[in-house]
Design a protein around this ligand. Structure first.
Ligand code: ATP
Length: 370
């Protein structure tokens, strides 16, 4: 099921006389979610991810804009008629019911033409349980299951009505690190097997990047960028997106473009061609964008070398760095014992991004040889 959001906006009005300004939780969203894809809605806390999800499922009404499922305008349709399955962060299972009873529950509430026979309900519940691999736990109550198993029951409960759209709101937040990894792989597998268009809300960029076909990066209610995870990482639309994606974070420096050269502090680090000249800029360098080179043009003071097995992390400082430390990741094959007080880096141009300091807008450039 393709989903189209058209100029979707949700404003929460200020409460009372001293309630402060209105909150624009979702700000003129224009987005097409292709049929059968898993889309990660990603952004910092409070950026409007959950509100966007609630608008799509009909738990909240938009202030403006339309929502289409396929060719149907569902903007005014109640949640129960939209054919959506919902999974929340707290699995919200009924504690006194077994896993099977929890999964059966949405089917028992079907009325009229949709009403199913007992056999049909059981068949569907067992099928959903098999899909999430909990068919052996059906007689257990939630208190007798791990967090990951409970979350699978919640997913089976959302799937049992055969929804056209599956909406997941931070479904992994309550799980420990190992279970998070395992369950996110499970969600990916279930989505692939069922082909249900799925929207997955998270503030965890690594989580979104690892399982999504497409990510939507949000800031203050607005979409900043939509694309395949790798494309967005490699080609961020602005400084916010560049800083939001990637662990360790991109390193930011105060710099300058002058006469076709890019400077970080006083050092000329690259010759470039771009539309701007003689201007202050912010320079972002991904951790993997540094190469240790005795003739490198960026000189930093070495703080520490952290050995991580396959890679090493060089921690250094530079007056122009906007953070206390610069973190660069290099291959552990290099002879890092030779690095003493100063470390010189050559920058890989495709890992360097330049932004306007006031707006964070991207300044595109190409490296030139002088
Ligand atoms: P988190 O990751 O912390 O859950 P989020 O990105 O999902 O955050 P939302 O919960 O959608 O963000 O909230 C977006 C903004 O709308 C926030 O500023 C929030 O305070 C505000 N907001 C959300 N629900 C309401 C409401 N019912 N009434 C008033 N303001 C609200």
């Amino acid at each position: 099921m393709k989903i189209v959001l058209e100029n979707l906006t949700k404003i929460f009005p200020a409460m009372g006389k001293k309630g402060g300004p209105d909150v624009v939780a979702v700000d003129h969203f224009d987005l097409t979610i292709p049929d059968g894809k898993l889309v990660g809605l990603l952004g910092p806390s409070g950026c409007g991810k959950s509100t966007a999800l609630y608008l799509i499922c009909g738990l909240q009404k938009p202030t403006k804009g339309r929502i289409y499922f396929g060719d149907d305008d569902v903007t005014d349709l109640p949640t129960e008629n939209r054919g959506v399955g919902l999974v929340f962060q707290n699995y919200a299972l009924y504690p006194h019911m077994t896993a099977l009873q929890n999964i059966l529950f949405p089917l028992q509430n079907l009325k009229g033409r949709d009403k199913l026979s007992k056999e049909e309900m059981n068949k569907r519940a067992v099928e959903a349980a098999k899909l999430v691999q909990i068919e052996r736990l059906l007689e257990r109550k939630p208190s007798e299951m791990s967090g990951g198993q409970q979350q699978r029951v919640a997913i089976a409960r959302a799937l049992v009505k055969m929804p056209k759209v599956l909406l997941l709101d931070e479904p992994l937040s309550n799980l420990d690190a190992r279970l998070r990894l395992q369950t996110r792989e499970e969600i990916r597998r279930i989505q692939r097997e069922t082909g249900i268009t799925t929207i997955f809300v998270t503030h965890d960029q690594e989580e979104a990047m690892s399982i999504s076909d497409l990510i939507v990066v949000m800031k203050s209610g607005a979409i900043n960028q939509v694309g395949k995870p790798q494309d967005v990482y490699d080609d961020p639309a602005n400084q916010f997106v560049a800083q939001f994606l990637g662990t360790p974070q991109i390193n930011m420096f105060s710099g300058r473009i002058d006469n076709g050269s890019l400077y970080i502090g006083p050092e000329k680090v690259m010759d470039i061609s771009c539309e701007c000249d003689r201007t202050e800029v912010t320079v972002g360098v991904r951790p993997e964008g540094f190469e240790v080179d005795p003739n490198g043009r960026l000189t930093c003071d070495l703080r520490n070398i952290e050995v991580m097995g396959r890679d090493i992390s060089i921690v250094s400082t530079n007056e122009a760095s906007q953070a206390e430390q610069i973190r660069s990741i290099v291959n552990s094959d290099m002879d890092y014992g030779a690095i003493k007080d100063k470390v010189r880096f050559r920058l890989k141009p495709h890992k360097v991004f330049i932004f306007k300091p006031d707006t964070g807008e991207r300044i595109r450039f190409t490296e030139t040889e002088k």
